[in-house]
Every structure is written in C-alpha cells, then in structure tokens.
Ligand binder design. Structure first.
Ligand code: PMV
Length: 318
C-alpha cells in the first residue's frame, strides 16, 4: 500500500500581529523554502485503531494513545479520527519531518498539524479541502496558543498570502510586484502564548491606550495591503519600522530583537520589525536583491539563522 504524504509550508507575519487578536487586520505569507512533511503508511498485521507516530526531529516515537491527551500531535490525530470506531481505522504509522525552526514564529506547530491532518485524512479515504484543513488545524492551534487569531492555520492550509481579519472571511492578498524579505532568528525561543497573555494584561489595565495602539497597527496593515496590491513594495519599509515601534509599545520586543531590527536597517534593509508573538523568535526585513551584506551584519549581531523569501506577484502579466 502506498504512503499518503502531505506537506505544509512555514509562514511569516508581515504586519498586524497581536492587533489581529483584537479584530484588526494582519498580513501573512507562506514561506515555502521551509516545510513540514507528514507521511502515513499502513502497518500490515497491526491492530485496527493503533496509530504510531515517529517524529525524529523532536525525538518522538510513540503510539498515539500513549501521548498526553493535550499533546498537539495527539490532538491533530483526534481532529481527524474523531469518534470513528477503531475498526474503521487501519493500523498505521505517521512519519513527521520538518525543516521549520520551532518556537520561532514560523508556524511550525500549525504546519505539523496541517500536514498530518491532510495526510491522515487521505489515508482514511477522505481528501480534505484547504478550508477543512484550516478549521481542524485551528482546533489544534488552540492547545499551542490559547486564543489564536486563526491567521497561522489560514495561511498554512491555503499556502497563499492572506489579509486576515478575525471572524471575517479572509482575503487572498493581491500582489502587484514581487518583493523580498529576509527573516532572521534571534536564537531565543519565541513565547507567543506568554506574549499574547502579557498584551491582554496590559490591555485590561489600560484599554484606551492599547486599543489605540491596536488601531494604529490595523491602519498600517490596511495601508500595506493597498501598497502591495498597487505594486509599490519599496514603500512598505517605513511601515515595518512604524509597526515595530508599536510592537515595542505593546511590550513584546526584546533587546535582542531590537538589535537585529536596527542592524538590518543599518546594513541597508528598507525597513524591519519583529514578526510573530515576540519575546524571542524572528525579525523580518524588507530587502532589495542584494542581501549578502545584511545577512552578514545580522549574523554578526547574533542571528541564529537567516532565510530569504520572495513573495511572487499574483498578477498575470500582459
Ligand atoms: O508567533 P506566531 O508567529 O505564531 O504569531 C502569533 C501572532 C499573534 O498575533 C501574536 C497571535 C495570533 O494568534 O494571531
């Protein structure tokens, strides 16, 4: 019996993190140079209902039933098998591998869930549409993040750039001209859950101030959407810089992230900001074609890794 395999890309938020939890728009794009792959194979002579998972990247090899009920891999399997009778589930082994750095704002958790959900469903005879993969992944994301906005699962399941407003139908982003970003990891794990909780605490203590920050971030996302559509990506740089200041005000930046942001700008980036939950994780910089100098400067300033990503135009030439 052939293996059923699915992949899911990483993702990066360009604008609007945190504010998106409070109903403001955000923009995120897939990063296809990094991905998760899930492969499901029948275990001949195995006992029906028994599902084995191997994820060597996180040194995990276990029967699903032996994982903690809250374990995201178990939750992803349960999202697919739900209340199915074990007799209906042929014994199988799920193999997971991933090149997406974990705890870094690159969507590794959502990508693992999306790839696993897609591959396991196909193995069980049901090919899910992207919307279904996104919805099931969102259920698993709630375990990682507590109150996720839904942006990660949307970008990763659909594998396209999105303009996302919580609770509204999302829009695929229209991109007038391709543009390039450089992602740099601070080497410090991101703490999205804590960052989201910190922002909530700050907001509860001073709703007027924080609502106004969220609103300003939302305005940046709206302007960025128009610029991206119009094909003026170079103008996104100053917006990234403004967005970073607002994220600092929310209390989710760190000295390490600030240093990388400053380094990228000094070395020639058109703009830079932290990306994702913050308190660690990544920064992104808007770059021209020549990035060697910026990459070198970021590495000298402590970047654990750098990744280049080009966001292609969605317009048909002619
Ligand atoms: O750390 P990441 O990349 O998973 O992004 C978190 C983004 C937040 O807006 C802070 C939370 C969310 O659920 O949207």
């Amino acid at each position: 019996m052939p293996a059923f395999t699915a992949t899911a890309p990483g993702k990066i938020i360009l604008f609007g993190e945190h504010a998106v939890v409070y109903g403001e728009p955000a923009i995120a794009v897939p990063v296809s140079s990094i991905q998760t792959r899930a492969s499901v194979k029948a275990v001949i002579d195995g006992i029906s209902g028994e599902i084995q998972i191997d994820a060597p990247d996180i040194s995990l090899s276990s029967s699903v039933s032996e994982l903690d009920p809250d374990h995201p891999l178990r939750a992803a399997v349960m999202a697919v098998v739900g209340n199915k009778n074990p007799e209906e589930i042929p014994a199988c082994k799920i193999q997971i591998s991933s090149t997406i750095p974990t705890a870094s704002g690159l969507g590794s958790g959502a990508a693992v869930s999306a790839a696993l959900i897609r591959a396991l469903s196909a193995f069980l005879g049901q090919r899910l549409i992207d919307e279904q993969v996104s919805d099931l992944t969102f259920e698993v994301e709630k375990i990682h993040h507590g109150t996720p906005s839904g942006i990660d699962n949307t970008v990763i399941a659909h594998q396209k750039p999105v303009y996302y407003v919580r609770g509204e139908p999302f829009e695929f982003l229209s991109i007038g001209e391709p543009f390039s970003i450089l992602i740099a990891g601070s080497g410090i794990p991101g703490h999205t859950r804590e960052a989201v909780q910190r922002v909530r605490k700050n907001w509860i203590n001073d709703p007027d101030r924080y609502d106004s920050i969220f609103k300003s971030i939302g305005e940046i996302s709206k302007t960025a959407k128009d610029l991206i559509d119009a094909g003026s990506p170079a103008d996104l740089g100053p917006l990234m810089n403004e967005n970073h200041i607002l994220l600092q005000e929310l209390g989710v930046s760190t000295p390490e992230l600030d240093l990388l942001v400053e380094t990228a700008r000094q070395a020639g980036a058109l703009g830079a900001k932290l990306s994702g939950g913050g308190l660690g994780g990544n920064i992104i910089a808007l770059v021209d074609e020549e990035t060697d100098q910026i990459t070198e400067a970021l590495t000298k300033s402590g970047a654990a890794y750098t990744l280049n990503s080009t966001i292609p135009s969605t317009k048909i030439p002619g």
